[in-house]
Design a protein around this ligand. Structure first.
Ligand SMILES: Nc1ncnc2c1ncn2[C@@H]1O[C@H](COP(=O)(O)OP(=O)(O)OP(=O)(O)O)[C@@H](O)[C@H]1O
Ligand SMILES: [Mg+2]
Length: 507
């Protein structure tokens, strides 16, 4: 058996010996889980005896004095330091005190020949050593003390590890919480305007701010993008909500009639004016007037509108009396008004008056991620209107909806769904065949679009649940070999299973 040797003791005959004691214990690389123990004593015989005793408890390193021990501590991950108290140069308590700077987690045990327990106890308190072993010791006692100390070390290590993991988990939860809050902060609607695309989030933020004011708003966007809906939402979410909202399509009437509609007339102002009539500006007093398709107005009409917008003043047809109203104006146009201004077809001053707040509604093809939620919304509405119970839409049909370019935007989608629901008969789900020929033929050449990075499946909860039901029923049937067995497995009555099998079209 090899004698334990102190390590790194220059001038010593054993100076070249490895720090590790070859006591028949394999080196640490092979057993990384074994704790490393450092035994420090100036007496060779004691080093040897202690090393042999503790070989069963871990990998034992030895040092003949405090200096050597500190050097070893610099490089070795020592779990326990067992040191003689009385050594030349540095005593045991001093060593443990300094060892604490290098390996704060290491457990210290003092070997002492002194009977002066009080003085030692004081020292022990100072460095908070785990304990002491009095010389001469019983080998078994020594081993037991070390074993307990190592258990304490292991517990403390586990405790630290758990604390670290807990802290990590807390940090992660915090992070997730932030993300969730951000997600929860995502809005799916402003009043009845639905959407989850980033452009719609921006729109909702803007609508929120604008609704609170009395500012004139110009809404632009392709047909069916929701200009009408948004105008109403601005009014009903704003301070004028309890006053009237009146709408007039400026493109639908010839100039004279439009003028009479908006500003009213006196009896006899023209042939058919058999009595006085209040104009919409007066009706809307305190509220909002919605001027749809304002780009279609004639130059004469534009002048009158400018006057109301500038000072709230107008004169009914056939009247010399000027009326004054407080009306918020929300206008829309499908046309490029700026271009109309450049082309001399629309008054620049009126354009600026209208364009105080400009809100553009993006076309549906630029926010495909809204198609699933809008589909669900219109499905519910159509079911209600038509007294149907269509529950969802097949994946293939949804792919078609996602691939189509929707020139009629949300209105076209609403109509498509209503039509499909009407055609669904007793089917529970809209499939491709129920979509219009026009839609199907337009998208055959297009690749399906992806929603939110390919998460098509997440669009419909009911569809996802159906998929789950189908898979569970199929595997229960396969496992049980009979319907009653499968029903039992699934914990539902046989008749319910029978119904579900029929509804889900399971073979
Ligand atoms: N974001 C949306 N969320 C829910 N429904 C919407 C949305 N956008 C539009 N709709 C619905 O689509 C239909 C068409 O919208 P709306 O009449 O407001 O469009 P528009 O822009 O005024 O069209 P047009 O230029 O042809 O007058 C309406 O039934 C409306 O409720
Ligand atoms: Mg409209």
């Amino acid at each position: 058996m090899t004698r334990p040797k102190p390590s790194r003791s220059p001038g010593d005959s054993a100076a070249d010996a490895p720090a590790e004691v070859a006591t028949g214990v394999p080196p640490s690389e092979e057993e990384p889980s074994r704790p490393t123990l450092l035994v420090v004593d100036d007496e060779e015989a004691i080093l040897e005896a202690v090393s042999l005793t503790l070989a069963s408890e871990g990998r034992v390193l030895v040092a003949r004095n405090g200096r050597e021990a500190l050097e070893l501590l610099e490089t070795e991950d020592v779990a326990l330091i067992l040191t003689d108290q009385r050594m030349p140069g540095m005593n045991g308590v001093e060593l443990l005190e300094r060892a604490r700077q290098i390996r704060p987690q290491a457990i210290g045990i003092l070997l002492t020949g002194y009977t002066d327990i009080d003085a030692l106890a004081d020292a022990i308190n100072r460095v908070q050593v785990y304990g002491y072993v009095q010389k001469p010791w019983e080998l078994n006692d020594l081993r037991l003390t070390v074993r307990r100390a190592l258990e304490a070390y292991e517990l403390a290590r586990e405790n630290r590890e758990l604390t670290r993991r807990l802290e990590e988990a807390i940090a992660q939860l915090r992070q997730e919480n932030v993300l969730l809050r951000r997600e929860a902060g995502k809005r799916y609607c402003f009043d009845r305007v639905l959407g989850q695309a980033p452009s719609m989030q921006e729109l909702f933020d803007l609508l929120e701010k604008v609704a609170d004011t009395h500012a004139t708003v110009l809404l632009t966007g392709e047909t069916g993008t929701g200009k009408d809906l948004v105008a109403r939402s601005i009014h009903y979410q704003g301070p004028r909500r309890s006053a009237p909202f009146v709408a007039q399509n400026c493109g639908a009437l010839p100039e004279g009639l439009l003028e009479s509609e908006l500003f009213g007339h006196r009896r006899g102002a023209f042939t058919s004016a058999v009595e006085d009539k209040r104009g919409l500006f007066e009706v809307a007093h305190g509220g909002t007037i919605f001027l749809d398709e304002i780009g279609e107005t004639t130059p004469g009409m534009q002048v009158r509108l400018l006057r109301v917008l500038e000072g709230g003043e107008f004169r009914p047809l056939g009247s010399s009396e000027v009326r004054r109203v407080d009306v918020r104006v929300i206008a829309t146009t499908n046309r490029d008004l700026r271009e109309a201004v450049e082309g001399g077809r629309f008054r620049r001053d009126l354009f600026y008056r209208l364009n105080v707040v400009h809100i553009h509604l993006p076309p549906l093809r630029e926010r495909c991620e809204d198609i699933p939620m809008l589909t669900e919304h219109f499905l519910r509405a159509s079911n209600e209107r038509l007294g149907k119970e269509v529950e969802g839409i097949t994946r293939a049909a949804m792919d078609l909806l996602l691939a189509y370019t929707w020139p009629g935007n949300v209105r076209e989608l609403a109509n498509e769904i209503e039509r499909a629901v009407a055609l669904a008969g007793s089917s529970r789900r809209i499939d491709e065949a129920m979509l219009s020929d026009h839609l199907r033929s337009s998208v055959t050449v297009r690749a399906p679009r992806e929603v939110d990075g390919g998460e098509i499946e997440t669009w419909s909860l009911s569809l996802a649940l159906e998929g789950l039901q189908r898979r569970m029923i199929q595997s229960a049937l396969a496992a049980a070999g009979s319907k009653s067995g499968a029903a039992q497995k699934l914990g539902i009555p046989r008749q319910s299973l029978q119904k579900m099998i029929k509804r889900l079209g399971i073979e």
